[in-house]
Design a protein around this ligand. Structure first.
Ligand code: SAH
Ligand code: SF4
Ligand code: F3S
Length: 451
């Protein structure tokens, strides 16, 4: 009998990938996904725990689900409620205690067991918890992807993190670093391309720490994996995220130089420009090291543009530390960046540090940093005006007669153009650069522009 599952995804791209895989696991049981939460047979909240606000969202969502579940039960039906993801991993017991409407709590490394867990919840009337970090990887137990991917598809190649930055929950919620074998990744990439994807985004919490077993008995780095994947027929573009500056090795630098499909845009978080704060964050590199990594990459691939994450208001951050961050930002000139106020996370070493920064100071620093970052982003986008860029079309634009696509630098590109098939590469002359998007026009008739 056909049943429906509604999946709500928070957090990073890896959670988005996992949500798709949970749907794959449930498909053989007769579940198809629905956008509508009311009346769904199952609701999965795939949670994020990275900052306090993110971790709390699940409780307000569960509050909204309670009447929906009760309405279903009053009508003689059921609504199985599953909490998955990083908050499930970190706060499984507490979730079970505080939110009795939750039937299943499942961590990010155990969701391949969803069918048994759901069956068990039905038998015992809820209260099932699985936050194991099993030795055998979940990937071995996952069925092939069933849903049609978009033009751009996520592919998790690495999971977990061994870096233990002092502010971060990820090493605790996703466990130790694990790299999927090369052959398994190549198969999944082929499958995604067969299903219509043209761009593949390789994912990992620390993706450039990738060390995957190859059939030749050696272990491949991310650079080598990228070279292999670039050979797959039908692939137009490759990207990867998120990287750690210390794991940028020569093979990865060479891939940026030699592999045309690898896009010249790299998310390489630095978090802070102050050596004192970087040390307190346990980032294991200083600002100069970061700048040298950027320089090495730019030398190999002058077209490269960078993005980063920043945390302001880390415990003990002085005005001088903050100015060091601003100086680094001005020096690199990021094409894009995300910035956050520090959020103390229980269980992380930084949560025990004194010298908390008051909220007003942290907010003022965040605003100053964002003003600079947005200025740089707008300048970068404006600098594209007059250039002809290959734009990968991913769908219709907001208005009729418009198409939407992505530049090599991930910028959204809008253009007036008669319908172009999603997945087509169109050479576009950029006529306008805005803060968050570009406006383009086809530079040549479609046939000649295909690349
Ligand atoms: N694995 C990635 C992403 C980690 S989470 C990496 O290493 O960069 C994404 C971003 O959230 C981080 O880069 C960091 O800037 C931010 N972040 C993580 N923990 C945080 C915290 N406790 N408070 C505020 N921001 C945080
Ligand atoms: Fe978190 Fe640091 Fe690992 Fe990134 S590298 S996931 S910030 S511990
Ligand atoms: Fe959030 Fe977990 Fe991703 S904490 S950012 S969902 S790895």
């Amino acid at each position: 009998m056909a049943k429906t599952v509604h999946i709500k995804t928070y957090g990073c791209q890896m959670n988005a990938y996992d949500s798709g895989r949970m749907a794959d696991v449930l498909a053989p049981l007769g579940y198809r996904t629905t956008e509508v939460v009311e009346g769904a047979d199952m609701v999965i909240l795939n949670t994020c725990h990275i900052r306090e606000k993110a971790g709390e969202k699940v409780f307000s969502d569960l509050g909204r689900l309670r009447p929906l579940k009760q309405a279903r039960e009053a009508a003689g039906a059921a609504m199985t409620i599953v909490v998955a993801g990083c908050t499930a991993q970190a706060e499984g017991e507490e979730l079970r205690r505080r939110a009795p409407i939750v039937d299943v709590v499942v961590g990010p490394l155990a969701y391949h067991r969803l069918p048994e867990l759901v069956a068990q919840a039905v038998r015992q009337g809820g209260g099932v918890l699985d936050t194991d970090m099993p030795a055998e990887p979940k990937f071995d137990a996952l069925p092939a992807q069933s849903a049609r991917p978009g033009v751009s598809a996520f592919l998790t190649v690495q999971e977990g993190c061994d870096k233990f930055c002092s502010f971060c929950v990820v090493p605790y919620t996703r466990g130790a670093e694990y790299s999927r074998p090369v052959a398994e990744i190549v198969d999944e990439a082929r499958h995604l391309l067969d299903l219509g994807a043209r761009e593949i985004v390789l994912l990992g919490q620390n993706v450039n720490a990738y060390r995957g077993a190859a059939t030749d008995g050696t272990s491949w780095s991310l650079g080598r994996l990228i070279e292999r994947l670039a050979e797959l027929p039908g692939l137009s573009r490759l990207r990867y995220t998120t990287s750690h500056p210390l794991d940028v090795d020569d093979a990865l630098v060479a891939a940026h130089r030699d592999v045309p499909a690898l896009m010249p845009f790299l998310h390489l978080p630095v978090q802070s420009g102050s050596d004192r704060i970087l040390a307190a964050m346990n980032r294991r590199h200083d600002a100069a090291t970061y700048l040298r990594v950027i320089e090495r990459l730019r030398k190999a691939q002058p077209a490269l543009a960078f993005s980063s994450d920043f945390i302001v208001g880390f415990p003990g951050e002085s005005e001088r530390d903050f100015q060091a961050t601003m100086a680094l930002v001005r020096e690199v000139g990021f094409a894009q960046a995300f910035s956050f106020k520090y959020s103390a996370r229980p269980g992380t070493p930084a949560a025990n540090l004194d010298l908390r920064i008051d909220d007003a100071t942290a907010t003022a620093r965040l605003h100053a940093l964002q003003a600079q970052l947005w200025q740089d982003q707008e300048a970068f986008n404006r600098a594209q005006v007059g250039r002809v860029l290959p734009v990968l079309i991913d769908g219709p634009g907001r208005h009729s007669g418009q198409v939407h696509g992505r530049s090599p630098y991930m910028q959204a590109v809008h253009a007036e153009a008669s319908t172009v098939e999603p997945g087509t590469m169109v050479a576009m002359r950029i006529v306008e650069g805005r803060l968050n998007s570009l406006v383009g026009e086809p530079a040549a008739p479609p046939a000649a522009a295909a690349a």
